[in-house]
Ligand binder design. Structure first.
Ligand SMILES: [Fe+2]
Length: 165
């Protein structure tokens, strides 16, 4: 670290490392938006309604996260990548074989949120060295993801209690 200014020439290396992590986070959010759009529409059944409604609401929040990550990439002299760079990773959030299989959707959401929580915790740790603005931003986003995960853990608990999961 050359000095404590994340935007100084001497800190290009540190900055690039943070931009790399912000870019990964950006793609995670974009893929989550895709997965939640599909899963807020696909499930069938009376019990699916609440899950679909909750996911539909989360889409806007996840999109907002993607926009925040994009803005921060730019502020750090980076470039937000184009769609050709996108590589899908959320194999656990693909549509289940039967549209009434709600527990598998719930488990997929929990896994997505857990992945985000793990990675954002790493990003916060990295940013804390030199970039308190990124650190602060990601702390707020981390709280949203923790809230989503806890909500879906609650949904799963209900299914398990009824012997349906
Ligand atoms: Fe998010």
């Amino acid at each position: 670290m050359a000095d404590h200014n994340v935007l100084s020439d001497g800190n290009t290396e540190e900055r690039d490392e943070i931009i790399g992590m912000l870019t990964k986070a950006y793609w995670m959010e974009i893929e989550t938006v895709m997965s939640y759009v599909a899963n807020s529409v696909n499930p069938d059944g009376v019990r699916a309604a609440e899950i679909k409604e909750s996911l539909a609401a989360d889409i806007q929040e996840e999109l907002g996260h993607a926009q925040q990550f994009a803005a921060r990439i730019k502020e750090l002299y980076g470039t937000v990548p184009g769609s050709m760079d996108f590589k899908a990773e959320q194999d656990f959030l693909q549509p289940p074989e039967t549209a009434t299989d709600i527990p598998s959707v719930i488990r997929g959401v929990i896994e997505a949120e857990k992945g985000a929580i793990d990675f954002y915790s790493e990003l916060i740790d990295k940013a804390s060295e030199i970039d308190p603005v990124t650190e602060d931003m990601v702390i707020a986003i981390l709280r949203d993801e923790q809230g989503h995960m806890r909500e879906f853990e609650g949904f799963l608990k209900e299914y398990e209690a009824e012997g349906r999961a």
